[in-house]
Design a protein around this ligand. Structure first.
Ligand code: GRF
Length: 218
């Protein structure tokens, strides 16, 4: 089967991009990253793309008069690269409904919380402030509602007593996001994962409640 061609959208350190490339590199995910796009110049994610020999482009959102103009160039760049799916990997920019609709069922995001809890920012801190005992990350199809698309799979860890937000964020990334996101991207890339009538399906079976796995270190 032809390798699925992915465009990866980034804004920062690119750890999720790196993990995806590692999984592709050793054959755990069958896909090809054909374009990396950042809305911020000079970020580490661009260096990762450069080192991997992947075409990269900066579309600095400050240079565009409104979201629609920015998103139009984003879509043009994605389609111009011949990408057939879009992976948001630490992409810190709200997308227009029109853009999201164009990639319905072909665009994934990872969010560092057990959605629907803690949409938006500062998820780790908010979970700690609320006295939660568990936290994690969720991979979902992107819909116009911010962090509100149907969740495919979540990874959960136990919060440690007196844990600091930075430590929790690091553990959520290392233990959950790093393995979880490539796994789900791999499902999409292989055609096992589809969005039908707004509901994710894996191997033809509807995912009625998000798949949930514990990712605590042994
Ligand atoms: C992660 O917490 C991810 O869930 C969020 O951005 C962070 C990762 O950024 N959306 P990056 O992959 O290191 O750029």
């Amino acid at each position: 089967m032809k390798r699925r061609r992915l465009a990866v959208l980034v804004s920062g350190t690119g750890r999720n991009l790196r993990s995806l490339l590692d999984h592709i590199g050793d054959g755990r995910v069958r896909a090809e990253v054909v374009q990396v796009i950042s809305n911020r110049p000079g970020v580490a994610a661009l260096d990762i793309a450069q080192t991997a020999g992947i075409p990269q482009r900066v579309i600095d959102h400050h240079a565009y008069r409104d979201r629609a103009a920015f998103d139009a160039l984003l879509a043009q760049t994605i389609d111009g690269a011949g990408a057939d799916a879009v992976v948001l990997a630490g992409f810190m920019r709200i997308l227009t409904g029109e853009f999201v609709q164009r990639y319905t069922g072909r665009m994934l995001n990872i969010h560092p919380s057990l959605l629907p809890l803690y949409r938006g920012l500062n998820t780790h801190q908010r979970a700690l402030m609320d006295g939660q005992t568990e936290h994690g990350a969720s991979v979902h199809f992107v819909t116009p509602e911010l962090d509100g698309g149907p969740v495919i799979k979540q990874g959960r860890i136990r919060i440690r007593p007196d844990e600091h937000p930075e430590d929790l964020a690091e553990r959520v990334f290392q233990q959950v996001e790093k393995p979880l996101y490539p796994e789900v991207i791999g499902w999409l890339a292989s055609g096992r994962l589809e969005l039908r009538q707004g509901r994710p399906h894996l191997d033809g079976e509807p995912i009625c409640a998000p798949l949930l796995a514990d990712f605590d270190a042994p």
